[in-house]
Design a protein around this ligand. Structure first.
Ligand code: IPE
Ligand code: IPE
Ligand code: MG
Length: 225
């Protein structure tokens, strides 16, 4: 069995799904939250300790303000609704990225992290205003400031993901094969799966099938097996 400590997901395709079904990108983002619930449930069932979800990139600020506002509103109501359940299910929430949002949302994010901090079954890393290049630059700046050596261990320990094992598995939905500035350092040895399905259509079977395929991979890490 391959160890499975960390699954990272680029949740792509909400906008297209919303347009296709309701002529509304916002409806697509809303529908995407159901899939978030599904992958959380499966992650708990499969005893996966870390789940990282890409929800808003540093590049997504280039979208119209109306879409960004709608996204933040949905995130706000989702978190408010879910915190109790997170505590009940021992889910710890961590934000990766820079918390530079409207005051109210920033506070909610900080509060949600604090309230769930001692939970230990599943850690959800929510990537918000996350950009991998920015993360790496920040890490190097931090090391320079502390006069520390630039080496692999020190860089890893200076990323937002410090103390989190690198993803074993990266999944991107939405029928697009690119990384869009996500976890470039951390996925250097991850197994990568692309799903043609739009995120709201991605279901527990799709997720479980990928987990099964992952188990059949010979992970070599440069060695000859
Ligand atoms: C991904 O869905 C979610 C976010 C970036 C917030 P998109 O909004 O990118 O959906 P598509 O790719 O336009 O369909
Ligand atoms: C990546 O999706 C970001 C998130 C899923 C949050 P995008 O839709 O922003 O990526 P591009 O623009 O197609 O590369
Ligand atoms: Mg997209």
């Amino acid at each position: 069995m391959n160890p499975l400590n960390h699954v990272a997901i680029i949740m792509d395709g909400n906008g297209r799904w919303g347009i296709r079904h309701y002529n509304s990108r916002k409806k697509g983002h809303k529908a995407g939250l159901k899939t978030v619930e599904t992958v959380i449930k499966v992650s708990i069932e499969k005893k996966i300790p870390y789940l990282t979800l890409f929800a808003f990139s540093t590049e997504n600020w280039k979208r119209p303000k109306t879409e960004i506002d709608a996204l933040f509103k949905l995130l706000e109501s989702f978190l408010k609704k879910k915190i109790k359940e997170f505590n009940k299910n021992q889910i710890k929430l961590k934000i990766i990225g820079e918390k530079k949002f409207p005051k109210k949302l920033n506070k909610l994010l900080n509060d949600s992290e604090k309230k769930t901090n001692s939970n230990s079954k599943l850690q959800i890393n929510l990537a918000l205003n996350y950009g991998s290049k920015k993360e790496i630059i920040n890490a190097i700046k931090l090391l320079n400031k502390k006069n520390m050596n630039i080496n692999e261990k020190n860089i890893s320990k200076s990323l937002y993901t410090k103390n989190i094992p690198d993803p074993d598995l990266l999944i991107r939905t939405g029928n697009t094969k690119r990384l869009s500035n996500f976890l470039l350092w951390q996925i250097s040895y991850s197994e990568i799966f692309f799903s043609n399905k739009l995120w709201p259509d991605f279901n527990s079977n799709d997720f479980i099938n990928i987990l099964k395929k992952y188990q059949r991979i010979k992970r070599k890490f440069g060695k000859i097996l």
